[in-house]
Every structure is written in structure tokens, then in C-alpha cells.
Design a protein around this ligand. Structure first.
Ligand code: PLP
Length: 404
């Protein structure tokens, strides 16, 4: 029998967060070994539970979730999303401007599938959340990476972006707050990015899934508020702020210059109908989650568990010789750098594999985020204090051996 081959469409698609290194970790676990998996931002796996109130309301309404919903989602969920942005000053929104999805992930792929033709280019930050790059590639477009500057707190480099805009550029992805860097972009940078997008008629794709997980008094500025003269699609959901990653629920908000985008928006509606609807039980959580008390604040303000873990992880990590890290203002990751003078790394994926083999600690190499060098790595700071101390001790041991 002939070999069963994957589609050519997948040839340019790279998705290493769940790649070969993870396969090795799974094998270790299958062999009865314990692995510290600090590779994915999965709050529920580390005891960050969703509020009871959300669970209660979902359970209470579960019987009503047996059938398909409207292909764009439950009215109550979409209304709650609209109201959330209204409260942030975004005008002219309607429930029709919201498409609910099975997590932001599905909506990212949908947004690219509905837009791109061969040769179309999308500007994506480097480092990035790699699903964006993969979604552009699988949709037949070309991802073009723009640099974010580590020396400027990982803010996007405007000159680099401008130099990469061509006649084929259709849109720009802005991940703010950022994964993997934890950067929160300044209002000034965001306004400049929007001005560039408006000047060149680019669609703004705003991935704002960490917008409520901000530390140290940082302020997040929603792009739906700042963008007026070009189309803006904002992506967000329940996975992080509400610790409900397994529910697979997210939304896409359409704002800005909608009038010129009729054809694209019809395409998005068609794609939404083709998958009938998003997960209905999970959409029952949206209204309760978005309204009322925001329990995430208990975790990110002084005294909060997530903030304390960020501080501890940063302190322990940067105490290791040759390890530096820009302090993240958001999210749940440290994106650190190993000094090449002490740790000359040729292949960062092999480095991560060796760390896994020797210390049973799983982190992610920078190249998986389309980072240009081989010296950066991402670690998740979701584990509680004791586990973090253990994880960083394992990393320190590994690096000590590497130096010697
Ligand atoms: N966007 C960013 C920047 C992320 O970090 C993640 C998950 O880590 C996602 C999107 C995916 O979110 P969802 O669980 O809603 O699919």
C-alpha cells in the first residue's frame, strides 16, 4: 500500500509548541517518569480554577445547550461581548459584530482562511504566538515577521514594520499583551501602528487574550477603540482571564471600517456556518464571566498568586549566571535569554530536548515562536511556589553542567 501523505498545504506550517519535544515528554510519562511541563499556558492544570459562579451558571443552563446555536453564537454571549467593549469606549457595535468560536485558535484560522489568496502577506510579530504564522501559511498566504525590540521592552519596531509593507500586505497582527514576551504596548506605539495600518489599508488583527492579566499597574489599550479608518478584528476569550482553556470559547469582534469589508465579512459568516456553531455549553459561561466582579484581579494585584509567582520566577531565574529576562508586564510566561558567551547554543530545540532528558523539565525554545536567534526560551510561571523553586533549580543544574 502507498504511504499516506499529509497535504502539501502543511509543508510550510510549523507548530512546535506541541512538536517532537513534547512527543518525547509524553513518552517519558508513558514510561512512568514525572515531567514538569512548563510549556503551555494552561491555568487549570496548575490549580487556577474558574470562579464557582461561572460553573454554577453553566450547570444551571446546561439542558438548554443541547441543540446547535446561531452559527455566530448565542445571543447572550455576543451581547455580553459587545457590552464589554462598549464599557471600554468602543462605539457603534452590535451583536452582529461578534462571532463566537471554539477558542481564539479556531477564529484565527477562520480569519485567515476567509481572507488570503496566494502571495498575500500578513505582518506578524517576531517573536510571535506561532498559531498566527501557521494559520497564514495553511491559508496559502505568506507570513512576514516584524521585529519586536528586546531593548525597548519588546515593543514593536515601527521602522522594521514600515520597511516590510508591500503591495501584497493585507493585514498586521498585533499581539498585545504579548505571548511570549509579556510586553504591554504603550498607547503611543499602538497609535503609530494604527496610523500605519490606516495609511496602507491593512486590516488590524488584534490578539488581546491577555488584556486583563496585567501587572504593576500596566494599562492595556484596546485596538478596537483606537482603530477607526480600517477594519479591526479583535480576538479574545475565556481561556486565560477566566481560566477556562478547556471550555474552548472565544470571540472575534469586528469593528472599525466595516463598510468596505462586506465581502470578507460574508466569507467569515460562511465559514462560521460551515462549522454549524461553536461549543454551546461553553458559551453559557460568557455572560457570567464578562459581567460583574472580575476575579482575575485577585490573582494579579499585590498579594495575588500569579503576580507573586511572576516575581519569584523572575528572581530565581535571573539569579542564574548568564540568564537575563525583560520583566513581563502581562500574561504567564518569562521569555528569557541565555548569554551566548556562557551558553553558545547552536540548536535551541536540541537544547530543550537535552534539558528534558536530563532534568525532566519541559520548556519551549525561542525558534518555536519564530524568534531569530537560538538563545531565547519561554517558561510558564503558572506552577505554585514550591514547584517553581523545583523547576528553576533543575534548570540551574542543567545550566551549571552546560557551563562546565
Ligand atoms: N492567542 C494567544 C496570544 C495565546 O497565547 C493563546 C494561547 O496560549 C491563544 C491565542 C489561543 O487561545 P484559545 O485557548 O482561546 O484558543
Amino acid at each position: 500500500m502507498n504511504n499516506v501523505l499529509q497535504s502539501d498545504k502543511l509543508h510550510n506550517v510549523n507548530y512546535e509548541i506541541r512538536g517532537p519535544v513534547l512527543d518525547y515528554a509524553n513518552q517519558l510519562e508513558a514510561d512512568g517518569q514525572q515531567v514538569m511541563k512548563l510549556n503551555i499556558g494552561n491555568p487549570g492544570a496548575f490549580g487556577f480554577d474558574a470562579p464557582d459562579e461561572i460553573m454554577r451558571d453553566v450547570i444551571h443552563n446546561l439542558r438548554s445547550a443541547q441543540g446547535y446555536s446561531h452559527s455566530k453564537g448565542l445571543f447572550s454571549a455576543r451581547k455580553a461581548v459587545v457590552q464589554r467593549y462598549q464599557l471600554q469606549g468602543v462605539n457603534g457595535l452590535d451583536v452582529d459584530d461578534v462571532i463566537m468560536g471554539n477558542g481564539v485558535s479556531e477564529l484565527i484560522v477562520m480569519a485567515m482562511q476567509g481572507l488570503l489568496n496566494a502571495n498575500d502577506e500578513i505582518l506578524i510579530p517576531a517573536p510571535d504566538y506561532p498559531l498566527w504564522t501557521a494559520a497564514v501559511a495553511i491559508s496559502g498566504g505568506s507570513p512576514v515577521h516584524y521585529q519586536c525590540d528586546e531593548d525597548q521592552d519588546w515593543q514593536p519596531c515601527l521602522a522594521d514594520i514600515e520597511s516590510k509593507i508591500t503591495a501584497c500586505t493585507r493585514g498586521i497582527v498585533i499581539i498585545n499583551p504579548n505571548n511570549p514576551t509579556g510586553a504591554v504596548y504603550s498607547e503611543e506605539i499602538l497609535r503609530s501602528l494604527v496610523a500605519l495600518a490606516e495609511k496602507h489599508n491593512l486590516i488590524v488583527f488584534a490578539d488581546e487574550i491577555y488584556d486583563r492579566i496585567v501587572f504593576d499597574g500596566s494599562v492595556h489599550h484596546p485596538l478596537s477603540f483606537l482603530t477607526k479608518n480600517t477594519l479591526c478584528l479583535t480576538f479574545n476569550g475565556l481561556s486565560k482571564t477566566y481560566r477556562l482553556a478547556g471550555f474552548r470559547s472565544g470571540w472575534m469582534l469586528i469593528s472599525g471600517a466595516k463598510a468596505n469589508a462586506k465581502s470578507y465579512l460574508e466569507g467569515l459568516e460562511m465559514l462560521a456556518s460551515m462549522r454549524l456553531c461553536a461549543n454551546v455549553p461553553a458559551m453559557l459561561a460568557v455572560q457570567t464571566a464578562l459581567g460583574g466582579r472580575q476575579s482575575i484581579n485577585d490573582l494579579i494585584l499585590p498579594g495575588g498568586r500569579l503576580l507573586a509567582q511572576r516575581d519569584l520566577c523572575l528572581e530565581l531565574l535571573t539569579a542564574i549566571p548568564g540568564v537575563s529576562c525583560v520583566k513581563p508586564k502581562s500574561a504567564m510566561y518569562l521569555f528569557f535569554e541565555l548569554d551566548p558567551a556562557l551558553y553558545p547554543i547552536e540548536n535551541d530545540e536540541m537544547f530543550v530536548l537535552e534539558l528534558l532528558k536530563e532534568q525532566h523539565l519541559l520548556i519551549v525554545q525561542g525558534s518555536a515562536f519564530n524568534c531569530q536567534d537560538t538563545q531565547h526560551f519561554r517558561i510558564v510561571f503558572l506552577p505554585d511556589k514550591d514547584l517553581l523553586v523545583e523547576a528553576i533549580a533543575r534548570l540551574a543544574n542543567f545550566l551549571l553542567a552546560y557551563r562546565q
